[in-house]
Design a protein around this ligand. Structure first.
Ligand code: BJW
Ligand code: ZN
Length: 257
């Protein structure tokens, strides 16, 4: 084990209040493409930053709804990886820990995390674009409908188009979730950021808030990110390998062994 890994294990083993802050890299090893790699195969002709906007949905609802149907199907076929399981293990070890995720999948829940704070909503909570009434999640299509336009269902109450329950560019984050995340980051002694590019605001402020108020910050990411300079320890590697090793080193083995 290298010095960075030993330092991280020491910090985690001693922390009383931990915030785990996750992004798309967390689910990459489950086969869910990251946001910046989101448009694979037939979707490659589009731009994710342009599709994840209210304007795109207004201009071509079937294109945007089809993309989200395909992503929902991809996530349903995916399984939590060893990294998600390690996150749930940290929560079990440190009772006053808070999991804050930017991810719109449900892999943390399926790995045993009881109540992740979802800053960017969920693929599984569509609602009406007119009256905001929650709409039922559509049935699983047999195959992910890659590259297909699918017209969104209509709201049972007002007949406006149903939209994905995610936060698009230019939209406000859910107030309760953002407040819970800021509160947790302001009062933790350790923040563990995993698999996020740290490019999208205001979510990217969360690790910065923790650091500014004196918490230690550990980052897990195979690549460099703007959060490198915020982090006290950078663990360069994939979440499904690095996180289980970190948990083992923090609690299951004597330090220095
Ligand atoms: C691995 C790995 C492995 C790979 N293990 N790691 C300040 C400055 C400039 C602009 C702004 C600003 N403040 C706000 C803005 C505008 C905008 C913004 O931030 N733009 C930037 C791009 C510049 N922000 C907004 O518009 C936000 N709203 C807002 O500000 O509202 C203001 C307002 C207030 C009041 C009223 C009205 C308005 C909303 C942002 C919403 C973001 N939504 C998305 C889409 C969700 C739905 C969907 O999924 O389709 O959320 S965008 C997308 O990015 C998604 C993600 O949650 C988010 C973050 O991405 P993430 O998770 O970091 O993924 P990637 O792909 O970027 O990175 C993956 C990382 O994993 C990489 O680093 C890899 O190396 C790593 N990795 N394999 C570990 N195995
Ligand atoms: Zn409606």
């Amino acid at each position: 084990m290298g010095q960075a890994a030993r330092d991280a294990a020491e910090l985690l083993g001693q922390a009383r209040r931990v915030v785990i802050f996750t992004g798309a890299g967390m689910s990459a090893e489950s086969g869910v493409p990251t946001f910046r790699d989101a448009l694979t195969g037939l979707w490659r002709q589009f731009d994710a930053q342009a599709l994840a906007t209210p304007d795109a949905f207004r201009a071509d609802p079937a294109l945007v709804w089809g993309w989200y149907e395909w992503r929902r199907a991809t996530v349903r076929q995916a399984r939590p990886n060893a990294g998600h399981v390690a996150v749930a293990a940290i929560e079990a070890r440190v009772p006053s820990s808070v999991l804050v995720t930017q991810n719109v999948d449900d892999l943390h829940e399926r790995a045993g995390s009881a109540a992740p704070v979802h800053l960017h909503g969920s693929l599984f909570a569509p609602h009406c674009s007119g009256c905001a009434q929650p709409a039922p999640v559509p049935d699983l299509t047999e195959e992910p409908a890659e590259g297909r336009r699918i017209p969104p269902p209509r709201c049972a109450r007002c007949s406006a188009a149903v939209r994905p329950g995610v936060v698009w560019f230019g939209e406000a984050l859910p107030t309760e979730a953002l407040e819970a995340a800021v509160e947790a980051a302001s009062t933790c002694d350790l923040l563990l950021t995993v698999g996020t590019s740290g490019l999208v605001y205001p979510a990217a402020e969360i690790p910065q808030v923790a650091a500014r108020l004196g918490a230690a910050v550990i980052q897990v990411n195979p690549e460099e990110t703007p959060l490198d300079r915020v982090a006290d320890v950078n663990l360069r590697g994939p979440a499904a390998r690095v996180l289980p090793a970190l948990v083992d080193a923090a609690w299951d083995r004597p330090h220095g062994a």
